[in-house]
Design a protein around this ligand. Structure first.
Ligand code: HEM
Length: 515
């Protein structure tokens, strides 16, 4: 086991661990036995952002005589520097489109089967898995500080700006640093757990959103041309309320371009574009300031300036997490709600059944936690939307010990990608997989679904920090909108692209008819 100079690796388990809710789920024992990874940081950090994984190399768990790693099938040849990344070369040179990773992975699943190996930048191997039993093995062995590959460019960026950042951020931290940040977040997470107390406020925000939607849609046709724009405003307002306990004013009718809300929304959008370009492109930013790196700088600076202004003003003690919450929450939840509403518009029968449920449970249209608990169909609609159009197409892990997946030995330290978006659309797991059918998540049908097949918010210690907020936002918004409007969609089906997360390729237009 090796440790870096900047972030020490410790086997000891801080006593605060006992505060974590997962402990009760029985995961504590397994996780506490595994030391955390670290990032090696030295003065020339640009040369050394490698994750140091404490490895336990022994017979992989799960099978008696696993096949060797080298025999895992996958695309060929692997070229110097780019590995098998040539498959995504632009200008028609590669067979796949980098913005259609989900389709590329489906195609490769058909070619190579439920596990295959690719090599990306500098020929580092990545294993892609599609079997829910393998997903379970991975998440049960992820250790005390679950590890995803770091975004090297973001780590580099934040370490290069120490006057602004005291850490690389929760989503990007590893090992003990991540652990420390996650523990510091406990009060915010606790607040999310008790979010139902804030439901009256969330209700008020949703009511303002209904007025805004009425205002933004075309007077005659009732068509709203850009649903995303309205929903980013809504989600930012929700997030702001959670972090600062006050309204931001994003839902005011005349949101002028220079207003805080508008600046923040465009910064978050720019941030995700930059993430995508830097994540999937060649790491040329290490050598000079590329256009994508400058885009990242602009977006981070905008968010930072805004954050520091408000943090000074409100004396927050968890400033660090706010940038992660805004960056991690607005684009993801906004697009998840857009796709959810789109599925509603495309499936009038489902929409009608949901409307009946809402009217029965909440005849006045006001949403409370007690009422939400009596809306199983609403929750099933959200699940079904995630199945067909998840925000995150899969989750990556780097395990601290060897594992056996689909009969192959996977060495500790190998990035493994659970491709659940593809798996969730396979007929062997979901009959009639392309049908939007929320009923499959209810009653006896639900019992037939593998519990690890769909993890839209991840799993275990490193699960999405904003899950409770995102779910609450999705439930309240869906209920409010379906209660007030009959949603319709005309024209071409919405196409999905993978722009770091899964989003519609164009602004989504819906007709919002008054009920
Ligand atoms: C529909 C909305 C959302 C989806 C689908 C989503 C999904 C995810 C996923 C899959 C992860 C990685 C989990 C893992 O590796 O196991 C993640 C991490 C994270 N999410 Fe979300 N998220 C959403 C909304 C939010 C919101 C609203 C916030 C904040 C307010 C947020 C903040 C974060 C943060 C800070 C992390 C990093 C956690 C860590 O590394 O410890 N997310 N999210």
């Amino acid at each position: 086991m090796s440790s870096g100079t900047g972030l020490a690796v410790s086997r000891s388990c801080p006593s605060l661990l006992k505060l974590l809710p997962w402990r009760r789920a029985g995961l504590y024992r397994l996780a506490s036995e595994t030391p955390c990874a670290s990032v090696h940081v030295n003065e020339k950090h640009e040369e050394n952002l490698e994750i140091q994984v404490p490895k336990h190399t022994h017979m992989a768990h799960g099978c008696r005589s696993p096949l060797p790693f080298s025999s895992i099938p996958g695309p060929w040849p692997s070229l110097p520097l780019v590995g098998t990344g040539w498959q995504y070369f632009p200008w028609g040179l590669g067979q796949y489109d980098i913005f259609k990773l989900h389709e590329a992975n489906y195609d490769k699943y058909k070619r190579y089967g439920q596990i295959f190996k690719e090599e990306f930048q500098w020929r580092h191997p990545v294993v892609q898995v599609f079997n829910p039993t393998d997903f379970e093995t991975i998440f049960r062995r992820q250790g005390r500080c679950p590890l995803r590959p770091v975004n090297q460019f973001l780590t580099y960026y934040r370490l290069s700006n120490p006057e602004k950042y005291t850490s690389v951020g929760l989503a990007n931290a590893v090992g003990e640093e991540w652990y420390r940040l996650r523990i510091a977040l406990a009060p915010v997470l606790l607040k999310m757990k008790t979010l139902h107390h804030s439901l009256p406020i969330l209700n008020d925000i949703s009511n303002d959103m209904i007025s805004l939607l009425k205002n933004l849609r075309d007077d005659k046709s009732h068509k709203l041309e850009n649903l995303q724009e309205a929903l980013y405003r809504l989600v930012l307002e929700f997030t702001w309320m959670l972090c600062l306990e006050r309204r931001l004013g994003c839902l005011n009718r005349g949101l002028v371009e220079s207003s805080d809300g508008a600046v923040m929304i465009s910064a978050v959008q720019k941030l995700f574009e930059a993430y995508h370009e830097l994540y999937f492109g060649l790491p040329l930013w290490k050598y000079f300031s590329t256009a994508s790196y400058r885009k990242l700088d602009e977006a981070e600076s905008d968010i930072y300036d805004w954050r520091s202004f408000y943090c000074k003003f409100y004396y927050l003690n968890y400033q660090l997490t706010i940038i992660d919450f805004i960056a991690g929450g607005v684009f993801t939840t906004g697009n998840a709600i857009v796709l959810l509403l789109y599925h509603m518009a495309k499936n009038p029968d489902v929409q009608e059944r949901l409307y009946q449920e809402i009217c029965q449970v909440a005849p006045d249209g006001e949403i409370t936690s007690e009422r939400l608990a009596r809306m199983p169909y609403l929750k099933a609609c959200v699940k079904e939307s995630f199945r067909l159009s998840p925000t995150i197409p899969g989750i990556m892990r780097i395990l601290p010990e060897d594992v056996c997946l689909s009969g192959y030995q996977i060495p500790a330290g190998t990035p493994i990608f659970t491709q659940f978006m593809v798996t969730c659309q396979l007929p062997q797991y979901f009959p009639n997989p392309h049908k939007f059918y929320p009923e499959r998540w209810m009653g006896a049908l639900r019992k037939q679904i593998h519990p690890f097949i769909m993890l839209p918010f991840g799993y275990g210690f490193r699960m999405c920090a904003g899950r409770r907020l995102a779910e609450m936002e999705m439930y309240t918004t869906l209920a409010k909108i379906v209660y007030n409007f009959r949603l319709e969609h005309s024209g071409e089906d919405v196409d999905l692209i993978c722009a770091f997360v899964i989003v519609p390729s164009k602004p989504v237009a819906l007709i919002l008819r008054d009920r």
